[in-house]
Design a protein around this ligand. Sequence first.
Ligand code: C2O
Ligand code: CU
Length: 700
Amino acid sequence: MYFAAISMVRGLLLLTLLLAWIAGNKASALLYSGTEAKLNRKARKLITWAVYLSLCSSGVLVGIILLMTNTDSVFWRDRLLIAPLLVIPMLMVWMAAYPRLRRIRQATMRKKDSPLDVRLLSRASQAALVAPYQLIALGSLTGMYWTFTTTVPFEMLNGMIPLVVLIVVGTVLWLSHVNRSARVSLTGSRPINRPWNRLMRRSAITLAVLALGSIPFYSGLQVSRLPDMIAMAEGPMDNGTGSTLAHHHSGTIAASASADAEPTQEVSVDSLTGPVEGTPDVSYTLTAEKKTVKLASGRTVEAWTYNGQIPGPELRMRQGQLVEIKLINKDIAEGVTLHWHGLDVPNAEDGVAGATQNAVMPGETYTYRFVAEQAGSFWYHSHQDSKEAVEKGLFGSLVVEPEGGLPPETKDIMVMTHIWEDRGVAIGDNDGIQHIAIKPGTPVRLRLTNTDDWVRQSYKLLGTKFQVAAIDGTDLHEPGDLENISLDLITGGRYDVTFIMPETPVTLSIDQGGKLGIVMSPDGNGDLPEHVPNMPVFDPTHYGTPAPTPFDANSHFDREFTMVLDNQLGFYNGKLTFNYTINGKVFPDTPMFMVSEGELVKTTIVNRGAVEHPMHLHGHHMLVLSRNGEAVTGSPWWTDTLDVAPGEVYEVAFMADNPGLWMDHCHNLAHAAVGMTMHLMYEGVTSPYTVGSATHNHPE
Ligand code: C2O
Ligand code: CU
């Protein structure tokens, strides 16, 4: 709804602009009509144009009303400003231009072939007749600028500059018409209007506008250039709102902690490690290297690999075990790291280049040590140049089995989908149909993981009832039976699906054409269905049954933050683009959400943009409280990668119990790579690491 309504507003604004532009030109050329008969006809046509314009701009207003009646006010508050920009000039058209057009029509009723006399010339050139049409064009242009650039929280400057420009340009326009009309009445003749003359005048105006506009344009471009070196632990802070702030610093954004804030002990991310001592229960060595790898079909991929395979080897461990993983970079010139997506490890083990460590360059090694505290499905990937690294293959699955292991005989199947460059989508390295023989009665667990960038993947399981047992590595409470439901994941998310193997085949289809998926059957034979029907999409908000949680929507929150996601026309690193913004900014201007250890934190995430954003917070699991004002009533739903669609508002909460500097970014890595990233920062934590072109560290 949101997307449709806002597109309607934008589309009709554009149409209004075009029509008003044409009508404005026609109005301005009225006095060149030649004969009374022609003037009569043109005046009539202008009245018709006024009707078109009224329809279009009413459409814009309807779009705004649809927004108001269907979405939260955060989606339309600022857009109300568009209404007067259209309504005022529209009223001027009907109250000033229309009566004048009618009088002209009456005066030229007899449709003579005689040329226009002074009286008619002066009437046809009146500012009150011509300017209103042109003001609609200016108004819709300003409205368009607003819908593409306004920031929430609203910034006065950004909103007011175009309004001031509009008023100045509108006044100049009006005065020039007054002036022209006066000259016409005085001399009794029209200003010469040879085509080249007009062309000259127009190019002069265009040049002047361009020259004036280029000053803010170029300064904007320059200011947006990324610095060579950015200290990750520094930047604009957002202290949120909440009770613990009363004796702390107030205001939502403070440049630095105020002097009277209680002294917090400084701790470097480097010291926030896992256990340094002790023999690991599990150890792995991962060597990053470039390699040409074969998919099951025989087609090859120029990949970046861990241990020469795509995806990297599966890492498996039990809850509570001490794990040691040694990373060796053989030849990835861009550098690598290892980030444990969804596993809440100590900060120094989080593997983000420039935040918790330096990128591991060719010939270097790095060792991670942590205790696997949560049981569930996770994955690991490089967090250096992560967009390119993940795309090319630097990722793999990470499974933490519960302390006592999985139910005996469980058939545990990893379903990691990925689109390989030029080769299309595959499950792991299998780009065709897999057949798996499973004895009837066997418990089956499918670990669905989508590793693609900005691709919604639909998994369709047919042939049995099933349960979604876990989301993002956390078990759901009493998940009910599902059937004919599409399981959709966007980048980074995981669903664990369970069922008991029946006597008959069960299929998991990834595409709709029967070419990619898994056939599970007692004898290992069978086919994928050729046509998978469309199905409703699984929605976790009312699935399963409630269970106690350490906090809930009624808890007292120590901090509350708002995170507004949007697309905005703006500058990024010396280019004019549509930025993917968080609270109106791109990194490094995005705020750091500041928390203290032990605080309960609530964040409201709003997507005002045109595309979905899977928001991923490192080091913590967020409990989803509500979506679009509707409480989550099923099983507690914990997430680390929350897909927020355009027009959606989520409230999530987490306990700040893992001190450090934690990335919080869109897992459409292409978005993160152009600045849709920020971090959660604990008071008193420092980081010696930096990112930027002068360093080796490029986490996104
Ligand atoms: Cu899966 Cu910050 O990453
Ligand atoms: Cu995004």
